[in-house]
Design a protein around this ligand. Structure first.
Ligand code: 2P0
Length: 327
């Protein structure tokens, strides 16, 4: 058995959402997206190769992982094994510092960590663009968690997806943005984002309008990041989230990720803004509301969200680094 490779990767929060694929096998997105890589939402993974194993062995938080998660891990490892010409099976022990599969992007940090660990373990030398494209094969949003700070994921035009990669626009130290995550419900979500986005693409009458909006929102968000214009970026983030959820709600059958606390949080966010606390609402494929705020407004936003009925806790986040090896 080889010595374990240890890596860490952070989850990310999309301000311009990824929701819809142009190629489901390669996880090629139908549009670009823009995200924040967030400390302290971390995955730490250990990977070792073991020639005596017949199949990959996957542990999630000290328990054997589900067959579906194990299968996703094997799928990504198979790509690396084929490229490296090394068929050895692996043992993966992975752990998230935050609720798994609850709309907090655990697959993004998990698959980014796995891609990096697998490259190191199998001796594959990849550029950061290539690593992003590899992580994307595990989970689309993982392409972004390879990179730190404020990140753009370009949809690309190539059929094989080699130009569908994410890159850092600003490093964590270059703009201090904060995110307050509200924990609106614990436990796994009712519908996974992969299934939800495919149903939305194939059945929602609003899907075309959503895609057109994404391209404009991405261009506007790039400009807002370039100018460090918080208000512009916040407004884009809120409208991108609401458009994504509108498209999903209109799918057949409709997909409602929100619960009562999520709706209350949207209204709370808007009343905070009226009172001078400039917070913007976003939400992903689960019920957890997230507020984008400036550092000086983080304490008030945090307190208000924590006191909201139905919110079980909050996580205060700031920009963090891309996937990295641990000693
Ligand atoms: C995002 N989401 O941009 C969007 C917003 C959920 C809502 O990326 O099928 O788990 O593995 O590519 O990456 C979640 O999608 O989906 C996601 P797959 P993934 O953050």
């Amino acid at each position: 058995m080889t010595t374990a490779i240890r890596v860490r990767a952070l989850a990310n929060l999309a301000l311009v959402k990824y929701f819809g694929k142009r190629d489901a096998r390669l996880n090629l997105p139908a549009g670009p997206s823009l995200s924040l890589t967030l400390e302290p939402l971390e995955t730490v993974s250990e990977l070792s190769l073991d020639a005596s194993l017949d199949a990959d062995e996957v542990w999630l938080a000290d328990a054997p992982a589900s067959p579906s998660f194990t299968e996703r891990v094997t799928k990504l490892l198979d790509i690396v094994r084929q490229a490296a010409g090394d068929g050895r099976r692996a043992r993966l022990k992975t752990r998230n510092s935050f609720p798994t599969a609850a709309g907090l992007a655990s697959s993004a940090s998990g698959m980014a960590a796995l891609a990096l660990a697998a490259c190191k373990a199998y001796g594959l030398e990849l550029s950061s663009d290539e690593l992003s494209a590899l992580a994307r094969r595990g989970s689309g949003s993982a392409a972004r968690s390879v990179c730190g700070g404020i990140v753009a994921w370009y949809e690309g035009v190539e059929e094989d997806g080699r130009d569908s990669i994410a890159r850092t626009l600003l490093e964590p130290g270059q703009w201090d943005l904060r995110v307050v995550v509200g924990l609106a419900a614990s436990g796994p979500k009712e519908i996974g984002s992969t299934v939800a986005m495919e149903r939305t693409r194939t059945t929602s009458p609003y899907y075309g309008a959503w895609l057109r909006a994404v391209h404009q929102d991405f261009e506007d968000a790039l400009a807002a990041v370039g100018n460090k214009d918080f208000t512009a970026l916040g407004e884009i983030a809120e409208r991108s989230a609401l458009s994504m959820h509108a498209a999903a709600l209109a799918a057949r059958p409709g997909i409602a990720f929100w619960n009562a606390a999520t709706v209350s949080a949207l209204h709370l966010c808007r009343s905070l803004r009226k009172s001078g606390v400039e917070a913007y609402f976003t939400c992903d494929a689960g019920p957890q509301p997230k507020f984008l705020v400036r550092p000086e407004h983080q304490p008030q936003a945090c307190q208000a969200l924590r006191e909201l009925p139905g919110i079980e806790g909050v996580i205060e986040c700031h920009l963090g680094k891309g996937a990295l090896l641990l000693p």
